[in-house]
Design a protein around this ligand. Structure first.
Ligand SMILES: Nc1ncnc2c1ncn2[C@@H]1O[C@H](COP(=O)(O)OP(=O)(O)O)[C@@H](O)[C@H]1O
Ligand SMILES: [Mg+2]
Length: 260
């Protein structure tokens, strides 16, 4: 089972966009993908066609924390990707985790193990995370086989990346197989001299963790989200290029993870 945690403790860097489009790219590539929406805002759910306001709290990870099997919460989307949707009551998720055994640290890991044992078709799980360091991140990292951070080379983002690296180091105590964060340059458009300085800093500090696939600023990513879609059926002008990049990202990750 491959479990990707798409994470960064800062908003707007492209986590939900990457989670959704990577999920569809992996599905097209032949993987059986389940997206678990761990962000109460529910953007990934929306973009896969599920309105979080029309779900029940127990159908979200809130149910999972109370012991409900994930298999009972998955919804099949029109994209072929399954989803455990968000629900607005997930605003209380950090508290729900705090009152679970071990602060809910192993809640997701146990639920995924159970899902596999029950013979569910999924072989790839993508967790879309909220932009905060919280028990939710710890729970996801305890279950993850890889953490992918979408970033732009900017000061605050690099700080968030450093915080996330620290969180991964902590998580390795309970999940020793978790590799260092894989860094995806998204909305990438280094133009000014300052951009180039941060870009260089990124290469120096994280060179071997940088994924080769780079996703530039592309209208199709923003617009397809506006139409509550992945880019895989979006007809916009640069959508074809973006689909190619997400397919390349899926291939790159599968090669890293021996998932061919
Ligand atoms: N490569 C990109 N090009 C253009 N717009 C992007 C790109 N990546 C993300 N966006 C847009 O930026 C905004 C924030 O992205 P989102 O995926 O919601 O970030 P996060 O989940 O990290 O908060 C969204 O409107 C999204 O459509
Ligand atoms: Mg998001």
């Amino acid at each position: 089972m491959l479990v990707y945690a798409i994470s960064l403790e800062k908003g707007g860097t492209g986590k939900s966009s990457v989670a959704v489009n990577l999920a569809v790219a992996l599905q097209i590539r032949g993987r059986q993908v389940l997206l678990i929406d761990l962000d109460a805002q529910g953007h990934a759910s929306h973009w896969l066609g599920v309105n979080p306001h029309q779900t029940r709290p127990e159908d979200s990870v809130l149910g999972m924390i109370r012991g409900r099997p994930l298999a009972e919460s998955t919804i099949d989307t029109e994209w072929g990707v399954g989803i455990v949707p968000a629900n607005p009551e997930m605003a209380g998720l950090p508290m729900a985790l705090a009152s679970a055994p071990n602060n809910g640290l192993f809640a997701l890991r146990s639920a995924i193990t159970q899902l596999a044992r029950q013979g569910a078709r999924y072989d790839t799980i993508i967790c879309d995370l909220p932009p905060a360091r919280s028990p939710i991140l710890a729970t996801a990292l305890a279950a993850a086989t890889r953490c992918v951070a979408p970033i732009q080379p900017e000061s605050l983002v690099l700080q968030a990346l450093s915080d996330l690296s620290q969180s991964v180091t902590y998580a390795q105590q309970v999940n020793p197989a978790l590799p260092l964060v894989s860094i995806l340059r998204n909305r990438y458009a280094p133009r000014s001299a300052v951009d180039l300085v941060y870009d260089e800093e990124l290469r120096t500090a994280y060179g071997r963790q940088l994924l080769q696939t780079i996703i530039p600023v592309r209208a199709a990513i923003r617009e397809s989200a506006g139409f509550q879609q992945s880019v895989f059926r979006y007809p916009g002008a640069d959508a074809g290029e973006v689909r190619g990049l997400f397919r390349q990202l899926a291939d790159e990750l599968l090669i890293l993870d021996g998932g061919n």
